[in-house]
Design a protein around this ligand. Structure first.
Ligand SMILES: [Fe+2]
Length: 187
C-alpha cells in the first residue's frame, strides 16, 4: 500500500510543478488602452454607477408595484409594470458590463445602490396603497433616471465615449417614454 501511494504522488507533484511553470510564463493582463484617459474613464464609470443605482431602485419599485397593485386598474397596471421591469432588468446588465469594460467595478449591493441613488427611499406601499400613488412614484422615479442619464451623457460626450453615449441615449429614450405613459394614467 505504501508503495502504491508513493507512486501515485509522484506524477501529481510533477503536474503541479508544470502548472506553476505555465502560470509563471503566462502573460499578465495589459493595462487598459481604449483611447480614453483613465481619469475620464473613472468619471464616466462613476456616472454610470449613479445611473445604475437609480435604474435599479426604479426597477425594484416597478416590480414591487407589479406584485402589490390593487383596485380596478389591477389587470392593466400589473401587466404594464411587468413589461417595464422586464425591460429594465435587461438594461441593468448592459450598464454594469459597460462599467466593467471601462475598467471599474459595477455596484451590486443594496448598500451601494442606497448610497448612490438620487431616488429618495420611500415606504414599500405594501398595505393597499392607491394605484395612483404607485403610478405617481414611478413617474417621479423615471424622471430621476432621465436626469442622471443626461449627466452621464455630458461626461461621456466630453470623452468621445460613443458606446456610453449610445447606451445612455437608449435609456433616456425609454425612461422618457415610460414617464409619459405613466403620467398619462393620471391625466
Ligand atoms: Fe409576476
Amino acid at each position: 500500500m505504501a508503495k502504491t501511494k508513493s507512486v501515485a504522488k509522484a506524477p501529481a507533484a510533477k503536474q503541479k510543478t508544470a502548472r506553476q511553470k505555465l502560470a509563471a510564463a503566462a502573460p499578465s493582463a495589459p493595462g487598459i488602452d481604449i483611447g480614453i484617459k483613465v481619469g475620464e474613464r473613472k468619471k464616466i464609470a462613476e456616472g454610470l454607477s449613479r445611473f445604475q443605482a437609480d435604474a435599479f431602485t426604479l426597477y425594484l419599485k416597478t416590480h414591487n408595484f407589479h406584485w402589490n397593485v390593487t383596485g380596478s386598474m389591477f389587470n392593466s397596471l400589473h401587466t404594464m409594470f411587468e413589461t417595464q421591469y422586464t425591460e429594465q432588468w435587461a438594461a441593468l446588465d448592459d450598464v454594469a458590463e459597460r462599467i466593467r469594460a471601462l475598467g471599474f467595478n459595477a455596484p451590486g449591493s443594496y448598500r451601494e445602490f442606497a448610497a448612490l441613488t438620487s431616488i429618495p427611499e420611500e415606504a414599500g406601499l405594501t398595505d393597499s396603497a392607491d394605484w395612483r400613488e404607485m403610478v405617481r412614484q414611478l413617474v417621479v422615479a423615471n424622471e430621476a433616471v432621465c436626469r442622471t442619464a443626461r449627466q452621464v451623457l455630458d461626461v461621456a460626450d466630453d470623452a468621445d465615449d460613443a458606446p456610453t453615449e449610445d447606451l445612455m441615449t437608449q435609456r433616456l429614450q425609454t425612461h422618457e417614454k415610460y414617464a409619459w405613459m405613466l403620467r398619462s394614467l393620471l391625466q
